[in-house]
Design a protein around this ligand. Structure first.
Ligand SMILES: Cc1cc2nc3c(=O)[nH]c(=O)nc-3n(C[C@H](O)[C@H](O)[C@H](O)COP(=O)(O)OP(=O)(O)OC[C@H]3O[C@@H](n4cnc5c(N)ncnc54)[C@H](O)[C@@H]3O)c2cc1C
Length: 417
C-alpha cells in the first residue's frame, strides 16, 4: 500500500508513525524542515520555536511521543502568570485572588466573573453544548454583558479570530475554558521543541521516505497522482494535512460537494516579532493586550529560562491580514513601539519577524457542517491536521491525534491493521 502524506507537520508525522510498519510511505514537505507550525529557527547557536509553544499535562498524545523519544522526564512543569493589558495597565488575571484587584471590571462584574469561573471549572460540560450554539449567546447567558463585552470580545473575537463573537462556536470556546488552561501547569521540554521534532524525524527516517523542499503543485484525485516538480508520485491513499485553501488550489477533480464544503473553511493568520532582551519584561508568561497594535506577548523565558538572553514573542492573530504584507522593519517598529508604551523593555538584542497565513482554522458556529473529516468520503483521500480537530482546541496534541486517527481509518480501509 502506497501512502503519500502531504505536509510534514506533526499531524503528518504522527500519521506516518502510525503506519510506518504497514505501508510504503512518502512525506512531501515544502519547507527544508519538518515540524510545520511547530518548527524552530536558529539564533546564536540556539534553536528557538518559531511560535510560542507550551504543553499541558492532559496532552496525552504529545506526551506519548515525548516518552517514546525519551524526553518525557525533561519536561519542566510550571504554574505561570497570565495577565491582561487593558486601559494602559497590566493586570494579573488567572488566580481567584487576583480577580479581587481586577478593577478593570466593576465590583459586581468581578463577583460575576468569579462565579462564572467556578461554574466553568466544576459544572460545565462543554462537550454537551450544541455545536451550532454561538459564543455570544452562550456567554451573555453564562457570564453576563459586562464580562462578555470587556473580556471575551477583545480576547477572542478581536484578538483571536477578528470576527464577531456571535459567529464563533460556543462549544470550542467552552472547551478552552474547561481545559483550565490559565490555572493549570504549563510544560516545556528542557531539551527544546526542536529536539522533539528532530527525534521524531530520526525515528521516521528508518522506514519513511521524507522529501523536503518538495512543494506539491498538483494532486490528481482520480489518477491518484501527486506532482512535485517534474516528479509524479503515485499513491493508493493520500493524507492531506495542509491548510484547506492551499489544498483546494492544488487538488484536481475533487467532487463539487467537497469543493463547496471546503471552500467555507476560513483561517486566521498570525504575524509576530520574535525578539530577545537582556532581562525579563514582566514576570508574566502570557499577556493579552486589549485594543493594541498586537494582541499577545509570550515571554518564553518565564517558562523556560535556558538561553543567554530572554526570549519573547509579540504576536497578532486576528486582524493581521494586512500585516502579512508589511516589511519586517515596519512590523518590528509598530509592534515593539506599541509595547514600549506600556512596558519598559530595554535593549533589544535581536529580532526576527515570522508570518503565517494559516495559523488556525476559525471554528465558526456552523463548523460542524463544513469541517473536513479524517475519512473524506472520496476513495483514497484522508484529512488530518488542525482543520479536522473541532471541537478540540487546535494544538500539537490535537494535530497528532488527528494524524493517528486518519492513519487508523486507512489501516482499516486497506485491511493492513
Ligand atoms: C502562533 C501559534 C502558537 C501555537 N501555540 C501552541 C501551543 O502553545 N501549544 C500547542 O500544543 N500547539 C500550539 N500551536 C498549534 C500547533 O503548532 C499546531 O496545532 C500543529 O503544529 C499543527 O500541525 P499540523 O500538522 O496540523 O499542521 P502544520 O504544522 O501546518 O503542517 C502542515 C505542513 O504542510 C506543509 N505544506 C503546506 N503546503 C504544502 C505543499 N503545497 N507541499 C508540501 N508541503 C506543504 C507545511 O510547510 C507544513 O509543514 C500553535 C500554533 C501557532 C500558529
Amino acid at each position: 500500500m502506497r501512502l503519500v502524506v502531504l505536509g510534514g507537520g506533526l499531524s503528518g508525522m504522527a500519521a506516518a508513525h502510525e503506519l510506518m510498519d504497514k505501508a510504503e510511505i512518502t512525506i512531501l514537505e515544502k519547507e527544508s524542515y519538518l515540524g510545520g507550525l511547530a518548527g524552530s529557527f536558529e539564533m546564536d547557536g540556539q534553536f528557538l520555536p518559531i511560535f510560542y509553544h507550551h504543553i499541558f499535562p492532559h496532552d496525552k498524545h504529545t506526551l506519548k511521543y515525548l516518552s517514546e523519544f525519551g524526553m518525557r522526564d525533561t519536561i519542566s512543569w510550571k504554574r505561570v502568570k497570565v495577565g491582561i493589558v487593558a486601559d494602559d495597565k497590566v493586570w494579573d488575571f488567572a488566580q481567584p485572588h487576583e480577580l479581587l484587584r481586577f478593577a478593570y471590571l466593576s465590583p459586581l462584574g468581578r463577583l460575576r466573573y468569579g462565579w462564572f469561573g467556578l461554574r466553568t471549572l466544576f459544572t460545565l460540560n462543554a462537550a454537551s453544548l450544541d455545536a451550532s450554539l454561538d459564543a455570544k449567546t452562550w456567554l451573555l447567558r453564562a457570564a453576563g454583558k459586562e464580562i462578555t463585552e470587556k473580556i471575551f470580545v477583545p480576547l477572542y473575537a478581536e484578538n483571536k479570530f477578528n470576527i464577531p463573537l456571535d459567529k464563533i462556536s460556543a462549544k470550542q470556546f467552552a472547551m478552552r475554558l474547561v481545559n483550565k488552561e490559565v490555572l493549570g501547569k504549563f510544560g516545556y521540554p528542557s531539551v527544546g521543541l526542536h529536539h522533539f521534532v528532530s527525534e521524531f524525524e530520526r525515528h521516521l527516517q528508518k522506514k519513511v521516505d521524507i522529501k523536503k523542499r518538495a512543494v506539491v503543485k498538483q494532486i490528481d484525485l482520480e489518477k491518484k497522482e501527486v506532482t512535485v516538480g517534474s516528479e509524479v508520485v503515485k499513491y493508493d491513499a493520500l493524507i492531506n494535512t495542509i491548510a484547506v485553501p492551499e489544498f483546494l488550489s492544488i487538488a484536481k477533480k475533487l467532487p463539487t460537494p467537497l469543493v463547496k464544503r471546503y471552500q467555507k473553511v476560513k483561517y486566521c493568520p498570525a504575524v509576530e516579532v520574535a525578539f530577545a532582551t537582556r532581562h525579563h519584561l514582566t514576570n508574566h508568561y502570557w499577556l493579552n493586550l486589549f485594543r493594541q497594535r498586537f494582541g499577545l506577548l509570550f515571554q518564553h523565558s518565564n517558562l523556560h529560562d535556558a538561553y543567554p538572553f530572554k526570549f519573547h514573542w509579540a504576536l497578532r492573530y486576528g486582524g493581521s491580514e494586512n500585516d502579512l504584507h508589511l516589511s519586517d522593519e515596519q512590523i518590528f517598529n509598530e509592534y515593539i513601539g506599541n509595547l514600549k508604551k506600556t512596558i519598559p523593555i530595554g535593549e533589544i538584542l535581536w529580532y526576527r519577524v515570522f508570518r503565517t497565513k494559516y495559523a488556525e482554522p476559525i471554528f465558526t458556529s456552523d463548523y460542524v457542517k463544513i469541517m473536513p473529516h479524517n475519512r473524506s468520503g472520496l476513495a483514497g483521500l484522508y484529512n488530518a491536521g488542525t482543520a479536522t480537530v473541532f471541537p478540540r482546541i487546535r494544538n500539537m496534541d490535537a494535530s497528532i491525534q488527528s494524524g493517528e486517527r486518519a492513519a487508523q481509518f486507512i489501516a482499516s480501509d486497506f485491511d493492513i491493521s
